[in-house]
Write a protein that binds this ligand. Sequence first.
Ligand code: NAP
Length: 220
Amino acid sequence: MRYAVLGTGIVGRTLAARLDGLGHPVVIGTRSPEATLGRAEYAEWQEVHPRVGLAGFAEAAREGGTLVNATGGRSGLAALSAAEPADLDGKVLLDVANPLDFAGGFPPLLDPVNDDSLGELLQRTFPRLRVVKTLNTMNCRIMVDPTLVPGPHHVFLSGEDADAKRSARTLLHAFGWEDPNILDLGGIETSRGTEMLLPAWLRLMTTLGHTDFNFHIQGA
Ligand code: NAP
């Protein structure tokens, strides 16, 4: 499966590197490949991962059979709007982003929140996509290597399409997630809850002083 990871930040790069390591062709999407390659951090990472492509959002969405939203806040809307609608048709979008709004500093607010979520907003705006919200409730190093946190801990799935959730589950297995630790919460509206875990996650990061932790649902 060819993946298009929309997002050049640490999350996009971490997921792209892992997918590449698993043998999948991967292209990373960005607003401007030129500007992104001009960033020393990205250019150095690209040297270490020469097989991973870099393209504008529209081209990346065209190339990817499965898409991943790893953009900041609500930017997934702009990234996917750049794509030709036909290039989204029927594709799975794994949405690992959180609608964090840092305009007022730390801690950030969530926007949307309560009666809406980024997962729903993306599904509503791009009905041709099959959105699966997952992996947004942990640090990206743990997304792709759950053994970094000892003992059982959980990852959530939200989405409308059973087949799309099955493919997300298969990818999670490849990342190292054991099936009992993957909790399907139901439809895409359940993204509200997992996105609302972020304020708690951020406070835990401050309290613990590190990011190598995750939620374990006792009794699951
Ligand atoms: P980020 O800095 O939050 O986002 C970077 C990406 O967003 C870049 O690709 C950038 O495009 C794109 N972007 C920013 N403004 C945009 C705009 N106006 N229009 C279109 N695209 C725009 O990256 P990150 O820290 O890797 O986080 C990515 C997402 O994962 C976030 O939603 C975050 O909340 C979530 N998340 C992070 C972690 C973690 O471990 N850090 C864990 C769970 C979830 P360019 O490439 O063009 O600059």
